[in-house]
Design a protein around this ligand. Structure first.
Ligand code: MUC
Ligand code: MG
Length: 373
């Protein structure tokens, strides 16, 4: 056991350029900020993890800076000297001592899983019980803010066979303008693509009731988080009335949230994210709740880079059913890589490595260059 003690944990903030501005209801990304976690063990093995959010504090309760601070000051000291090979005990220790902080905990658990996989010579998907698929369908988000540009971007993606599912980010503008934008894109793409929307909580129930009807009538396949996470009664009513399925995203900030959403009948699809739930194993618990309640699953992203994307991917490979596919395109939104083996996308799928751990190693030079000074 002394061989597998955790010797150090570091959290590095990394700022990377994006291929274009990415416009969401609550924030426009001009670049993306990752928090990369390096967990070193006495046997010389290093585990990699990532804790990434969107737009500082615009999306969730943790920012890149608070994630780093809380890891440095509170979470890393709890792990140093503990056995890296016992992931249950390490995560229990964090959960007992620290409330919330699911993004930071997810990055740390990913690093523990990566280290243990490397130690045992197994991919993380095998540590989590084994994969039932080798690749994952990946949606692309159209969020340039311009209808014609979005249509051109979607047609390019269809042409190169990279994506055939498109998620449109709406909610920043007038509802009527947003609906025109969505309908124009669906008409242009027709049956060659699945078109879905993510409102990121921007509507109130009165707006959402009508808008969901229009979206469903115009062939939109899925409506993600139309109203505020705190309006549970409104979510239940919308879920009963909308002709297109409603997916819960921001409403799920914990496994317990997933349980109460399922009990209330507030959504028919869950967006799973390792960061929102507190790590890959918490996602598996959320998935079990959904499956028992007859709720369908979707593999979500916090627009992580390659490390967080593959930690999510290994987890999603193990799920019994993944009806709505995934949106694990984060690395493709970035112009730069900080790992040596960029994730492989082809034929509409992300192909997940079978090498030990997450299947990644850092490009030390690129990491040093993009690390925030
Ligand atoms: C979200 O709210 O789902 C996922 C894809 C994307 O473009 O933004 C994220 C966040
Ligand atoms: Mg969302």
């Amino acid at each position: 056991m002394s061989q597998t003690l955790i010797e150090s944990v570091s959290a590095i903030i990394v700022d990377l350029p994006t291929i274009r501005p990415h416009r969401l209801a609550m924030h426009t990304l001009q670049q993306q900020t990752l928090v990369v976690i390096r967990l070193r063990c006495a046997d010389g093995i290093e585990g990699l993890g990532e804790a990434t959010t969107i737009g500082g504090l615009a999306y969730g309760n943790e920012s890149p800076e608070s994630i780093k601070q809380n890891i440095d000051s509170h979470l890393a000291p709890l792990l140093i000297g503990q056995d890296a090979a016992n992931i249950n005990a390490a995560m229990q220790r964090l959960d007992k001592a620290a409330k919330g902080n699911t993004f930071a905990k997810s990055g740390l658990e990913s690093a523990l899983l990566d280290a243990q996989g490397k130690r045992l010579g197994l991919p993380v998907s095998e540590l989590l019980g084994g994969r039932v698929r080798d690749s994952l369908e990946v949606a692309w988000t159209l969020a340039s803010g311009d209808t014609a540009k979005d249509i051109a971007e979607a047609e390019d993606m269809l042409g190169i066979r990279r994506h055939r599912i498109f998620k449109l980010k709406i909610g920043a503008g007038e509802v009527s303008q947003d609906l025109k934008h969505v309908i124009a894109i669906k008409r242009a793409l027709g049956d060659s693509a699945s078109v879905r929307v993510d409102v990121n909580q921007a509507w109130d129930e009165s707006q959402a009731l009508r808008a969901c009807q229009v979206l469903g009538d115009n062939g939109i396949d899925l409506i993600e988080q139309p109203i505020a996470r705190i309006n549970r009664a409104g979510q239940v009513r919308l879920n009963q009335r909308s002709p297109a399925p409603i997916m819960a995203d921001e409403s799920i900030e914990s496994v317990e949230d997933a349980f109460s959403l399922a009990a209330d009948g507030a959504a028919s699809v869950f967006a799973l994210k390792i960061a929102k739930n507190g790590g890959p194993r918490a996602v598996l618990r959320t998935a079990a709740i959904a499956e028992s309640a007859g709720i369908a699953l979707y593999g979500g992203t916090m627009l992580e880079g390659s490390i967080g994307t593959l930690a999510s991917a290994h987890t999603f490979l193990t799920l019994n059913k993944l009806t709505w596919g995934t949106e694990l395109f984060g690395p493709l939104l970035l112009t730069e890589e900080i790992v040596q083996e960029a994730p492989q996308y082809r034929d509409f799928q992300l192909h997940v490595p079978r090498t030990p751990g997450l299947g990644l190693s850092l490009d030390e030079e690129r990491l040093a260059f993009f690390a925030r000074k």
